[in-house]
Structure formats: structure tokens, C-alpha cells
Design a protein around this ligand. Structure first.
Ligand code: FO1
Length: 342
């Protein structure tokens, strides 16, 4: 079975880890793994140059989580991490003192940057990094959405109320300001020169199922959808597309998706996010606004949202969706696949 996942960072990584546990159980390869092939298409809009190295937060969160190296409580970065280099960089007064690059994490960025400077693409560098974490042995292929740099920048109003606008990198808005600066809009810098990375469109077209996990619908999933060809591939793939709501009871489980949704004028509810993504069979939505979903899984606290959607012809269901541990997340993945008869 071929499964393609469109993922941001923490939520998508934890979901994919549970999905793999489900697949090892359902489609065992006799060696403790699975015969299923999972392709994860990662958002690269959070990427940045820092201290001369290329940092790819969502690719690294996926790689560390699936590779068993993630700092579990944080959801990002390495476990057993230290920050001696970061502290010394701060002593030099360089970089972002509100953004900590751990010592082990730096090894990832240094290796990636070396390979990029040797002329390798981000896809090639990601494949080399993933090899160390044994992703292929788990049946996982980790792809950046594009090899060209695409950065999400946030246009914020000047806090002094002068009406002036300024643009900051998404990570500054997210980490330094905890999304507390009202974001006027998000811009994907570099998108016009980007194309889907090798294998991305084929992974959508040839999938048996495509999953939109509970990632940030605005700055993670929509950034992937904006890559030329992705939305069209979703509109035409024979695979059913099922999503899991990142909003539970009117708020994201973690992160600040609610602030992102407010910026684009979408209500932070489980059904509003479904309608934001749209249904593939909705003839009224075409081209860059084409719907991408066939089915939508919400949490049990949002059962009313599932009923509202079902009344409008959606294939929607409610189930517990809090990813408290891997076996629980495997059950969530099973509920999502069941919605599209898999
Ligand atoms: N998040 C923070 O809240 N504080 C940090 O200092 C921080 C550093 C960091 C370094 C590398 C990396 O890959 C991720 C890092 N993150 C940090 C998490 C990051 O903001 C998120 O992973 C995503 O960008 C949002 O999903």
C-alpha cells in the first residue's frame, strides 16, 4: 500500500509515527517493519539561513520523530540535547538569541549545508540525512515540498500603531513573538520560482491514499498546496484524500494555528477548517481554490461539526484524536483510513 502524507512539523510527525505503527501491525514485512510505502511531503516554508547554515524545522522534526531522536516533550529538536555552541554564539552577539540551535541539531544543519554547498539539492541532502536515521528501513521516504527555497514571511502591523507594515520571518513571529503580533498576511517568498521536488507529484498521483494530518492548515499544509502542481495532483489522483482536524474544541491542540486561521479569516473550528480545505467533489471550487479533501476526521468533542459537515454531504466522522502516545495515534490513523474504506 502506498500512503502519501502532507506534513508540517510536530503534529504531522507524531501522526506519521502512529500511522507507521499501524502499518507495521496491518502490513508486516516479517522483519518488524511494514510492506507499506509511506511518502511524507514536508513543508519547507519554516526554513531559514542562520549562522550560515540551512535550518529546516519541519523536515528535521519529521526526521527526528520518525528516527526516534526527537525531544519528545518539545516535539522538535533532539533529545539529550545541549546548547553550548548556541550560548557561545550569543556571547558573540550573533544570530537570534531567542532561537536556540542545539549542539546535536547543529550537526544536522552543518551536514545539510555541506551537501548543499557541494551542489546537492535539498531532496538529496534530505535523503542522505534520513539514511542515518533509518527512515528507508521503516518504509518512509521524506521529501521536501520543493528543492528551491520557499520561506514563509509574516507581514505584521507596527505595534506602535503607525500603520506601517513590516515583514518578519515566520520563525521570528512564531518563536520570538509567539504569534502575539497581529499578522496581516503570510507571504511565501520564493514560491514563484519553486517547483514540486522530484517525486512529490508522483507520490500524490500514485498513492493508494493521501493523508492531511493535523498540521497547521495555514502555514504548513497550505504552503505545500501552493507549490505548483500539488493542488492539481490532489484534484486528479485516484487516491482518496482524508484529513484530520488540527482544531479540537475550537483551539489547536498545540501551536498557534488559531492565530494563523484568524489572519486568513477562517474560524478556528473543526468544520471551518474542513471547508477551508474544501471537498474535491465540489464543482464550485476550481483551480487554485480547488478542494482537496474527500473525508474529514474530527475529535469527539466536535461531533456536532461532523454532523454539520455530513448534513452538507461531507464524509465526516468524530473519534478521539488526541495523539497522547504512539498506540493511540495508530488508532487515530486507523479511524482516518477507515473513513476512506481502508
Ligand atoms: N521553537 C521554539 O519555540 N524555540 C526555539 O528556540 C526553537 C529552535 C528550533 C531550532 C531548530 C528547529 O528545527 C526548530 C526549532 N524550534 C524552536 C521549533 C520550530 O519553531 C517549529 O519546529 C516549527 O518551525 C513550527 O512547527
Amino acid at each position: 500500500m502506498r500512503i502519501t502524507v502532507l506534513s508540517g512539523g510536530v503534529g504531522g510527525a507524531r501522526f506519521t509515527r502512529g500511522l507507521l505503527a499501524l502499518l507495521r501491525d496491518r502490513l508486516p514485512d516479517g522483519r518488524g517493519g511494514t510492506t507499506a510505502e509511506v511518502t511524507v511531503i514536508a513543508n519547507t516554508g519554516d526554513d531559514m539561513w542562520l549562522h550560515g547554515v540551512r535550518v529546516c524545522p519541519d523536515l528535521d522534526t519529521l526526521m527526528y520523530t520518525l528516527g526516534g531522536a526527537v525531544h519528545e516533550e518539545q516535539g522538535w529538536g533532539r533529545r539529550e540535547e545541549s546548547s553550548r555552541v548556541s550560548a557561545d554564539l550569543a556571547a558573540y552577539g550573533v544570530g537570534w538569541d531567542w532561537f536556540t540551535l542545539g549542539d546535536l541539531d547543529l550537526a544536522t544543519h552543518l551536514a545539510r549545508t555541506q551537501w548543499l554547498r557541494e551542489g546537492r539539492t535539498l531532496s538529496e541532502a534530505t535523503a542522505l540525512l534520513s539514511r542515518r536515521w533509518g527512515l528507508a528501513e521503516q518504509g518512509v521516504r521524506l521529501l521536501p515540498m520543493a528543492d528551491e527555497p520557499v520561506e514563509t514571511h509574516v507581514v505584521v502591523a507596527d505595534p506602535e500603531g503607525s500603520g506601517a507594515e513590516r515583514t518578519i520571518h515566520f520563525e521570528e513571529w512564531w518563536v520570538r513573538h509567539r504569534a502575539a503580533l497581529p499578522a496581516l498576511r503570510f507571504v511565501q517568498v520564493g514560491l514563484e520560482d519553486a517547483q514540486a521536488a522530484p517525486g512529490v507529484l508522483a507520490a500524490i498521483a500514485s498513492a493508494d491514499v493521501v493523508v492531511v494530518p493535523p498540521s497547521n492548515p495555514v502555514v504548513s499544509v497550505s504552503t505545500i498546496l501552493a507549490v505548483p502542481g500539488v493542488r492539481a495532483a490532489l484534484a486528479t489522483t485516484a487516491a482518496p484524500v482524508v484529513g484530520v482536524s488540527p482544531i479540537v474544541g475550537g483551539a489547536p491542540v498545540r501551536g498557534m494555528a488559531a492565530q494563523c486561521l484568524a489572519t486568513i479569516g477562517v474560524e478556528a473550528t473543526a468544520d471551518a477548517v474542513a471547508r477551508f480545505y474544501g471537498r474535491r467533489d465540489d464543482a464550485a471550487r476550481t483551480g487554485p481554490d480547488a478542494g482537496v479533501l474527500d473525508a474529514w476526521l474530527v475529535d469527539t468533542v466536535d461531533a456536532d461539526a461532523a454532523e454539520k459537515l455530513a448534513a452538507d454531504g461531507w464524509r465526516a466522522a468524530a473519534a478521539p484524536t488526541l495523539m497522547t502516545d504512539v498506540p493511540t495515534t495508530a488508532r487515530i490513523a486507523a479511524e482516518a483510513l477507515a473513513l476512506v474504506a481502508l
